[in-house]
Ligand binder design. Structure first.
Ligand SMILES: CC(C)(COP(=O)(O)OP(=O)(O)OC[C@H]1O[C@@H](n2cnc3c(N)ncnc32)[C@H](O)[C@@H]1OP(=O)(O)O)[C@@H](O)C(=O)NCCC(=O)NCCS
Length: 191
C-alpha cells in the first residue's frame, strides 16, 4: 500500500451518492437485513461463499471485519435506496496480492439497472482512492446478467477456473475477468 493509500485508510470513507442510490458503510445492525436477502438460492447460488440456509449468525464471519476496515481494497458498500433501505452490496477483497470485486442484489431488486449504477460508483471510488492498476472479478459460467454488468466497465475474460459454490455444494466453472485502470478511465465514467 502506498503512503497516500495509508493516509486515506486512516480517514473515514464517506458515503457515495448516485442518481438513485446511496452506497454506505455497513454497520453490525445491518446483519438481519443482509441475512434475509442472502438466504435465497437465486442469490446465493450465484455467489461462491454463501451457504444455505444463511442466517444472521453467518454474517459474524465477515460483517465485523467489513464494519471495522477503512482499507479501500477490503471495503464493503451497502447499496441502499430511499424506499427500501439496504438492497444489496458491492465490495472488494484482497486475494493473492490482487483485489477482487464482488456484488449482489436481493432478488426483488434485479433488472432495474441498480447494479450498473452501484458498480460504476464503487469502481470510481476504488480507482480514485488507490494506486491499483487493475482489479479482478468473474462470474459463474451461467451468470450472463452479471457478465453484462462487468463488460459495461471494460472487464475482459482472463481465463476459466473452477470455484466451489457453497450454496450448490459443487465446483462450478467460473469465467475469470479483469479490468485495468487504463480501460476503466478510458471509458470516463462519472462516479
Ligand atoms: C447479477 C446482478 C448483480 C445484476 O444486477 P441488476 O441490477 O439486475 O443488473 P443491471 O440491471 O444493472 O444490468 C444487468 C444487465 O444484464 C443484462 N442481462 C440480464 N439478463 C441477461 C442475460 N440472461 N443475458 C445477457 N444479458 C442479460 C441486462 O439487460 C442488463 O444490461 P442492459 O443494462 O444493457 O440492459 C443481480 O441479478 C444479482 O445480484 N444476482 C444474484 C447475485 C449475483 O449474481 N451476483 C454477481 C455474482 S458474479
Amino acid at each position: 500500500m502506498s503512503t497516500a493509500e495509508n493516509l486515506f485508510a486512516n480517514d473515514t470513507q464517506p458515503p457515495i451518492e448516485t442518481a438513485r442510490l446511496v452506497l454506505r458503510r455497513p454497520e453490525l445492525a445491518d446483519a438481519p437485513r443482509l441475512a434475509d436477502l442472502l438466504n435465497n438460492f437465486n442469490v446465493a447460488g450465484n455467489l461462491a461463499r454463501v451457504r444455505l440456509p444463511f442466517t444472521e449468525a453467518d454474517t459474524a464471519a465477515w460483517l465485523p471485519l467489513k464494519v471495522a476496515t477503512n482499507d479501500p481494497h477490503e471495503m464493503a458498500w451497502l447499496i441502499t435506496t430511499e424506499a427500501d433501505g439496504v438492497i444489496g452490496t458491492v465490495g472488494f477483497h484482497r486475494d493473492g496480492g490482487e483485489t477482487v470485486l464482488g456484488y449482489w442484489l436481493g432478488e426483488p431488486y434485479w433488472g432495474h439497472g441498480y447494479m450498473t449504477e452501484a458498480v460504476r460508483a464503487a469502481l470510481h471510488r476504488f480507482f480514485g482512492t488507490t494506486s491499483a492498476q487493475s482489479i479482478r472479478s468473474g462470474v459463474f459460467h451461467f451468470n450472463m446478467a452479471s457478465l453484462a454488468v462487468q463488460y459495461k466497465f471494460g472487464f475482459v475474460e482472463s481465463g476459466r477456473s473452477e470455484v466451489f459454490c457453497l450454496a450448490r455444494g459443487v465446483n462450478v466453472e467460473h469465467i475469470d475477468t479483469e479490468l485495468t485502470r487504463e480501460d476503466f478511465e478510458s471509458l470516463d465514467f462519472q462516479g
